[in-house]
Design a protein around this ligand. Structure first.
Ligand SMILES: *Cc1c(COP(=O)(O)O)cnc(C)c1O
Length: 367
């Protein structure tokens, strides 16, 4: 057990703001007495994020799930929405909470994203949209999805929870589809303790986004929509402002960790990495590998258990598939998603991991 870690190694470690800097902003919040409702720090963070993500419109929310619930309402979706089973439960759950039936479509093996050549099979006269996920920050085939949506008059929402700062060629990921959702949960690279955002090119959506985020209240006594409370508070926004300054350095560190993992793990057959197009700037959200048991000699589950013995807690994202949840009673036959879900493992991935940590983790995996 010479590779045993004294303290547990988890899949991620949230960036924490410098205490003094955060306390200074908290002092200002105390002095102002304004804790929520379009406060100073919320507006400042919205401005900074619009510029960093290079998007014309962005509104902050108290978490990514509320943001996605709201996006579905903003676009008036109904009936059926085509989505992927290889995602976090929040993706289909936001459809169900809006009274919409999630219709699952298989994924494509190398990107692990929805298979654009399967989508049209599932379009019926009840389909209102495609809800696709940029899985682990790898962009979907946005061009093909746009064409399908155009041909069938469908809306497109992207769950971009993993895709903070991803770019396709020079275009920000937040500029595709009708609306994109970002999550700022502490497990995400950029976070606000809890939080989320919607981005959209069409500025005429902005009024409805703001109304639905705040109970539908237009002004005192005038309520125009059956809105929700999706507001981010000032303590979250202040944390985001300080953490935003740490993101570039964290991304650089993760880039070298990713290179080191690949260099060591590619020495053996049977371990596969996500393939990124050379013109894609990745988000460095997760480091997923796929372990093909026949070639590697050991299964994903074996490696997962083995790592645990050494105090390393990798995560089986995304296992089980959304189609395996106990309450789901629709079709379950998605062979690619099923295979990928049984092979995938997200390894510990955060800037504080040292080279020797990464080498140890690889040694445990390679046995
Ligand atoms: C994190 C995540 C969400 C949910 O975001 P929250 O901010 O935690 O509500 C949704 N979809 C995916 C793919 C996620 O990883």
């Amino acid at each position: 057990m010479n590779h045993f870690f004294k303290s547990p190694i988890y899949i991620t470690k949230p960036l924490l703001p410098d205490r003094e800097k955060y306390f200074e902003l908290l002092n200002n919040i105390f002095d102002s007495g304004i804790l929520s409702n379009n406060g100073k720090y919320l507006l400042e963070l919205e401005g900074s994020l619009r510029s960093i993500l290079d998007v014309p419109n962005l509104r902050l929310f108290n978490n990514g799930t509320t943001a996605l619930l709201t996006a579905i309402r903003v676009l008036n979706l109904a009936g059926e929405v085509i989505t992927t089973p290889f995602t976090f439960p929040a993706t289909p759950h936001t459809l169900i909470w809006n009274g919409i039936k999630p219709v699952f479509c298989d994924i494509e093996e190398t990107s692990m994203n929805i298979d654009v050549f399967e989508i049209e099979k599932y379009i019926t006269n009840k389909t209102s949209a495609i809800l696709a996920v940029h899985t682990f920050g790898t962009p979907c085939h946005v061009g093909k999805i746009e064409r399908i949506a155009h041909d069938h008059n469908l809306k497109v929402i992207y769950d971009s929870a993993h895709a903070f700062m991803t770019k396709i060629v020079y275009e920000s990921i937040g500029n595709f589809g009708d609306i994109s959702m970002f999550s700022f949960h502490p497990t995400k690279l950029f976070h606000t303790s809890e939080g989320g955002a919607l981005t959209y090119n069409n500025s005429s959506l902005d009024e409805k986004v703001q109304l639905l985020r705040n109970f539908g209240i237009k002004e005192e006594g005038i309520i125009l929509e059956s809105g929700i409370n999706g507001k981010m508070n000032e303590l979250q926004a202040a944390m985001g402002l300080i953490i935003l300054d740490l993101v570039e350095e964290e991304r650089k560190k993760r880039e070298s960790i990713s290179n080191l993992y690949k260099q060591i793990l590619s020495q053996r057959n049977g371990i596969y990495f996500q393939q990124l197009h050379e013109l894609v700037v990745p988000s460095y959200q997760y480091f997923p590998i796929r372990i093909k048991e026949k070639e590697f000699g050991k299964s994903r589950d074996f490696i997962y258990d083995e790592l645990k013995k050494y105090n390393v807690f990798a995560r089986k994202y995304f296992y089980p598939l959304c189609t395996e949840y106990s309450y789901y009673d629709g079709p379950k036959d998605f062979p690619v998603a099923k295979t990928v879900s049984n092979e995938v493992l997200c390894l510990p991935f955060y800037g504080e991991l040292t080279e020797s940590d990464v080498e140890n983790i690889c040694n445990i995996i390679l046995g």
